[in-house]
Design a protein around this ligand. Sequence first.
Ligand code: NAG
Ligand code: NAG
Ligand code: NAG
Ligand code: NAG
Ligand code: NAG
Ligand code: NAG
Ligand code: NAG
Ligand code: NAG
Ligand code: NAG
Length: 492
Amino acid sequence: MRLYHKASAVLACLGTALAFEPLVPGFIKNNHGESVAKLTEISSSRSAAVSLKEQTVLGASNSSSDVTVTLGTGIQLLETDSEQNSFFLNVTVGDESVPLLLDTGSPYLWVYASDCESDACENKTTLSLPSDDKTTSTFSLAYTSGTASGKIATEDVTVAGLTAEDFNIGYASTVPSIFENYPFSGVLGLPSDNSSSASLENVITALRQQGSISESTFSLILGNLTVETAGAGLLIIGQDLEELYSGDFYTVDVIQNSASYWKIQVDGLFVDDDAVKAKNASSKLSGNAILDSGTTGIILSLADAQYLHSYFDNSISDGNSFAILCNSTKEISFEIGGHNWTLTSSDYLGSAYSSESDYYGYCISNIQGLDVTSEKLWILGGLFLKKVYSRFDYGNQQVGLAERYYNINVVSESTTAAAAAQASTATQTTSTLQTITTSTKSSSSSSSSVSSSSSTNGNSTTSSTQAQNSAPSTQPFRYAFVLIPVIALILI
Ligand SMILES: *[C@@H]1O[C@H](CO)[C@@H](O)[C@H](O)[C@H]1NC(C)=O
Ligand SMILES: *[C@@H]1O[C@H](CO)[C@@H](O)[C@H](O)[C@H]1NC(C)=O
Ligand SMILES: *[C@@H]1O[C@H](CO)[C@@H](O)[C@H](O)[C@H]1NC(C)=O
Ligand SMILES: *[C@@H]1O[C@H](CO)[C@@H](O)[C@H](O)[C@H]1NC(C)=O
Ligand SMILES: *[C@@H]1O[C@H](CO)[C@@H](O)[C@H](O)[C@H]1NC(C)=O
Ligand SMILES: *[C@@H]1O[C@H](CO)[C@@H](O)[C@H](O)[C@H]1NC(C)=O
Ligand SMILES: *[C@@H]1O[C@H](CO)[C@@H](O)[C@H](O)[C@H]1NC(C)=O
Ligand SMILES: *[C@@H]1O[C@H](CO)[C@@H](O)[C@H](O)[C@H]1NC(C)=O
Ligand SMILES: *[C@@H]1O[C@H](CO)[C@@H](O)[C@H](O)[C@H]1NC(C)=O
């Protein structure tokens, strides 16, 4: 539940927002001569016993399941940017289709307004206020590097073919410059708040109240679709597609919080079979985490990230960011809802350092340490969500996670009559035992590398950061988006 502090005519809600702040690990860009801290090696002789976990078999190492999904009402294809940092989708506001960032960490829906003069709005789709608008409310959502603010107006909003009528959305006439490099025109916030009294609402609750869906849920599949057209994931509203996951949902209650985060308890963190322990604690680590589709990687508290990386021999760190030897084969598991959700090295290893670098042989870790909130919440972003079928349930205030399938073929409703016929059976599960070459991503062959030229002084590092993507990209090397709590004001 969101807390509203009433102050005269001002409703202030403690909100949250995403800042798309690309972070470059400091040991690359550090040009102040700060030394690179080397983490203590905890054990160099840990047994290499391989415990093949169930989820590994179902996941990356067995890609023989071949599933077909047909797009239709309640099922929306997502898109992503060239570096898979963000996931966005086309949403129709009034008569116009606009690409919006899909963000389970943001408190509401807002779009770029036609009177926006911020750089981020340049060459993007912007929307005019409805001509009959009589609303006088305004909103202001502060990000770390700027504020999105403007008027609130009522308009019909259509997501995945489902229309929420007279929905309150924000029209931002000011947009922070951090949005500039991304191809969307606003944010589809899907917070956990189930209330309908908020002057800025969430689409799922509105659709449920208007009778368009029978269950107030949405589910996500991020990444790894095989599609005939470009596509990077699925948003599924008011239903579940059983053909996309195997086994049961492992459910966990949302821990109610004023920021309307999808906040859940993580029961354990493991590197292979070892419970990651704090140095001065006897019990395994455990933390509360938020599930956030708007954050790219995974963020742990600073101390927890250091403990985690100390389980990787010779890992290095500048404090917040870490690098791990690219030949790591360890697995990292998060125990949530009575199940281990496992990341393999191809998940948690990012760009490799080039052969000219002092850090040749190292790959950037996609898990970062930041004390984002005073509570030191962990953030399970795209890196985690890509590994699961996730279900966000407003009615029960729960999150459900299931083992996802990977080779998901998506066809559009109109493509072929045969495809449409197939789709009519929602429970149908196609599992042709077709052999598909597994594409295990080799970290060492990563197309993106970071070159770092070090000074001859062994203690300091003067470096330049440079993305060397084989794919044409003018963007700087991006590591992670980071979620920053802010105050959102709604004036009515
Ligand atoms: C998922 O997609 C990534 C990037 O496109 C690819 O490297 C990886 O092999 C895929 N994983 C699976 C299990 O298909
Ligand atoms: C993948 O799954 C299929 C069907 O369950 C099974 O026959 C095959 O042996 C599995 N392959 C691997 C590598 O586990
Ligand atoms: C979203 O809309 C744009 C512009 O109309 C279009 O090019 C793109 O294919 C659409 N994406 C999806 C996934 O439908
Ligand atoms: C917007 O488009 C114009 C014309 O194509 C181009 O000259 C300009 O650089 C673009 N601005 C941005 C910020 O991309
Ligand atoms: C998760 O993995 C750890 C380490 O292998 C194990 O100790 C723990 O029992 C597992 N938890 C579940 C729920 O399987
Ligand atoms: C470790 O000990 C220090 C000093 O007593 C304390 O501040 C810190 O919270 C402890 N950390 C953990 C994880 O228990
Ligand atoms: C991984 O690479 C490091 C440095 O290149 C090397 O010392 C180590 O033996 C390698 N480990 C394995 C398991 O190959
Ligand atoms: C959430 O909202 C829906 C629709 O108004 C309602 O049916 C449900 O009971 C609510 N659940 C909670 C936990 O408030
Ligand atoms: C590195 O730092 C140590 C301690 O600060 C100092 O004694 C040493 O001379 C330095 N080495 C170089 C190459 O600057």
